[in-house]
Design a protein around this ligand. Structure first.
Ligand SMILES: NC(=O)C1=CN([C@@H]2O[C@H](COP(=O)(O)OP(=O)(O)OC[C@H]3O[C@@H](n4cnc5c(N)ncnc54)[C@H](O)[C@@H]3O)[C@@H](O)[C@H]2O)C=CC1
Ligand SMILES: O=C(O)CCC(=O)C(=O)O
Length: 429
């Protein structure tokens, strides 16, 4: 029996190079205005903060937090906060850039930002995480704001994290200003101003994109086998909806290890199990543990990377048997791997389309807070589906008209919207 724990990666993910190459590839194809290219290839603002926090044992630890604001030509900066040992300035830059393309592609009135704290949250108690989050929020100060830069959850941050940020940010405002600041952060718990459906929005969006792709290819999802890397917010909800559609989850990998069952893993059973097992999938009875490095080569139809960046590389790409990769994570496929996959005829629904349900759900939450409205779950889900379907169709049309893969098509749409905004504002000829 294999029980080796998957080592948490602490090395750099090297995502910046990937996003720049993706951007430059699309920019070359559309002959992007050189002045606009100069603006888009760098970030507007980069904030690095060091802040002290008292630990439960009385010691003080100093943490490093980041917020990178890439571009706000289309609206306030928007993007998540990640708590992970791999968070550094380059990771924040790369993830902020992807946010700009994602919000632009989705047609939202937002720019792109990302940030987080370099730490391993499993090493801290809940009350330490609360103090760390509150001190980070103080350190960010008025560099975030409901009409300036709106954070949201990402890896290892939750609705609770967002509620702490909201509460801390509000406490810095005068009493008459407080209620106007509810939309400083999205992905909040519903009781603290969150929206119905934001919890599942990203995973639901991943599932919808797979469904649109299946309809486009005239295939049924029933009995199709799928594997999911990452069984957190995105991976769980994507698996949940795919299973409801009749697809079969045959393997899961998380930070602790990998499990498989070719007859199917019950999504709900596994979810319940992880809740009682410190979030880990290891030891789940209705499955067999497998070596981590065999995960991506398992026999399946659909592969959903929903964990970290650069997980599909030139080493494992040749072994992939799935014919569709649906990128729940940001930047899970590196450039060399993508070339291999496309040559093999494997379709990739790119991250900026595939996981855009999350930021669209955040936009709906922001709108509700801003307008004093409360929408029902079905209303949110219907609006989400409509927006995602529009994006999916545009990507397919552009892919056909320009004879490019789906990622390049998605980047072209996103960049052209930004280019138009700059040109219409009269900044460039
Ligand atoms: N939460 C959201 O709304 C959105 C998240 N994303 C992206 O989706 C991905 C996952 O995010 P969440 O589900 O929110 O995070 P999460 O913190 O809820 O879950 C992360 C999952 O990935 C697993 N994981 C971590 N390191 C791993 C490794 N080295 N190998 C295998 N599995 C590993 C964890 O064990 C956990 O199951 C990230 O790339 C994030 O940027 C994208 C759009 C929105
Ligand atoms: O919901 C949001 O604002 C952003 C979520 C996020 O970080 C992402 O889409 O990568």
């Amino acid at each position: 029996m294999i029980t080796k724990i998957k080592e948490a990666k602490t090395t750099k993910q090297g995502m910046l190079d990937n996003v720049m190459r993706q951007f430059n590839n699309a920019a070359d194809i559309i002959h992007l205005n050189p002045s606009i290219r100069k603006i888009l290839e760098i970030t507007n603002n980069e904030l690095v903060v060091h802040f002290p926090v008292k630990m439960d044992n009385g010691d003080v630890e100093v943490f490093t937090g980041y917020r990178v604001q890439h571009n706000n030509a289309l609206g306030p900066y928007k993007g998540g906060l990640r708590y992970h040992p791999t968070v550094d300035i380059d990771a924040a830059r790369a993830l902020a850039m992807w946010m700009t393309w994602k919000t632009s592609l989705a047609g939202l009135p937002y720019g792109g930002a990302k940030g987080g704290i370099q730490l391993d949250p499993s090493r801290y108690s809940n009350s330490e995480l609360e103090r760390i989050t509150r001190r980070f929020t103080y350190a960010l100060g008025d560099n975030i704001g409901p009409e300036l830069d709106i954070p949201a959850p990402d890896v290892n941050t939750t609705p609770q994290t967002m509620a702490w940020i909201l509460d801390t940010y509000m406490s810095t405002k005068s009493p008459s200003e407080r209620s106007k600041n509810m939309h400083v952060v999205t992905g909040k718990p519903i009781g603290a101003g969150g929206s119905e459906g934001r919890d599942r929005a990203t995973g639901y969006g991943v599932y919808l994109n797979i469904k649109f792709w299946a309809t486009h290819k005239k295939v049924s999802l029933k009995d199709k086998k799928f594997i999911v890397q990452g069984f957190g917010n995105v991976g769980y909800w994507a698996a949940y909806f795919l299973e409801k559609e009749g697809a079969i989850l045959v393997a899961v990998q998380d930070q602790f290890g990998s499990i498989t069952n070719e007859n199917g893993i019950s999504v709900e059973h596994l979810f319940e199990y992880t809740k009682s097992n410190n979030g880990s999938i290891l030891g789940f009875k209705e499955s067999t543990p497998i070596e981590n490095n065999t995960f991506f080569s398992l026999d399946c139809d659909i592969c959903i990377p929903a964990a970290l960046g650069n997980q599909i590389t030139k080493e494992n790409a040749p072994l992939i048997k799935a014919y569709l990769i649906a990128e729940g994570a940001n930047g899970p496929t590196d450039i060399e791997a993508e070339e291999i996959l496309l040559k093999k005829g494997i379709d990739i629904i790119p991250d900026i389309l595939c996981n855009s349900g999350g930021v669209i759900g955040s936009y709906f939450e922001w709108l509700q807070n801003r307008n004093g409205e409360i929408w029902q779950l079905n209303e949110v889900m219907e609006k989400l589906e409509k927006k995602l379907e529009e994006s999916f169709k545009r990507v397919i049309e552009t892919s056909k008209s320009k004879n490019v893969d789906m990622r390049t098509a998605a980047f072209i749409i996103a960049i052209e919207r930004l280019e138009l905004a700059y040109i219409q504002r009269g900044i460039f000829p």
